[in-house]
Write a protein that binds this ligand. Structure first.
Ligand code: AP5
Ligand code: MG
Ligand code: ZN
Length: 228
């Protein structure tokens, strides 16, 4: 296992952020911090915060910036993230969130921003077949189901369709991606942190591309300290 990294993963809905963030977290020994998973857990626990966030999610809208930033700041302050690093999945999603993250981490606080690039028709197909564990959030697909029908391999939880994987919500989520999140690719490119990876192919192959890209950016930054 490689030791420590500070990464964020960008990409359209269904690009494979969650699928890859799990592998990245295991490889580098860092916590996987998914804002979507945190909101879904809070909603399942029935907290007023979770139920409020769930209203936005079910409609396919973004949860307000101040709410998301508060949750992420609190999570990043924990010892594991401070000591080993992190892989952020689904954050930031707006310019305001990206700027706030820079402020929280400081100028050299990120090793790379990984963009998993997948065409829109492919992500729509992936999302329509996606199934998730209602207990641990593990991701499956109708073409790659758990061993026992719709029971999670990891913890025996029920494997179900996500509430926001309806065609209406998916269309809206992809519109938010184009308007609010795609511009972040230029933002991170300008900081010399962007790693764009072809997200089509076997998940293990996509993962190898990600690690190669991250290590290349790290080496480049080590050898040119003037890069911000
Ligand atoms: P979130 O949970 O982050 O959802 P999302 O961005 O819509 O992304 P997805 O989880 O749908 O896709 P993914 O890229 O993780 O793909 P996956 O690995 O599952 O956010 C949900 C909601 O929370 C938002 O809409 C918003 O309301 C709110 N929210 C969260 N963060 C926020 C923020 N920062 N600001 C404001 N609001 C926020 O893969 C998809 C499918 O494809 C799976 O079935 C998988 O098995 C399959 N698959 C993966 N890789 C491959 C491959 N290489 N080949 C074939 N199939 C594959
Ligand atoms: Mg996800
Ligand atoms: Zn599970």
């Amino acid at each position: 296992m490689a030791s420590g990294v500070r990464l964020l993963v960008l990409g359209k809905q269904g690009a494979g952020k969650g699928t890859q963030a799990v592998r990245i977290a295991r490889h580098y020994g860092v916590p996987h911090i998914s804002t979507g998973d945190m909101f879904r857990a809070a909603a399942a626990a029935g907290t007023s915060f979770g139920l409020r966030a769930n209203e936005y999610m079910t409609r396919g809208e973004l949860v307000p910036d101040d709410v998301v930033i508060g949750v992420v700041a609190e999570r990043l302050a924990k010892d594991d993230a401070q000591d080993q690093g992190f892989v952020l999945d689904g954050f930031p999603r707006t310019r305001v969130q990206a700027e706030e993250l820079q402020r929280l981490l400081g100028p050299s606080g990120l090793d790379a921003a990984v963009d998993i690039d997948v065409p829109t028709d492919v992500v729509i197909d992936r999302i329509s077949g996606r199934r998730v564990c209602s207990t641990c959030g593990a991701t499956y697909h109708v073409n790659a189901p758990p061993k026992k029908p719709w029971v999670c391999d990891k913890d025996g939880g029920d494997v179900v369709q996500r509430e926001d994987d309806t065609p209406e919500a998916v269309t809206k989520r992809l519109e938010f991606y184009e308007k609010d999140t795609r511009p972040l690719l230029d933002f991170y490119d300008g900081l010399g942190l962007l790693v764009t990876v072809d997200g089509v192919g076997e998940p293990d192959d996509v993962f190898d591309r990600i690690v190669d890209g991250v290590e290349a950016v790290r080496q480049l930054r080590l050898s040119s300290p003037s890069v911000p």
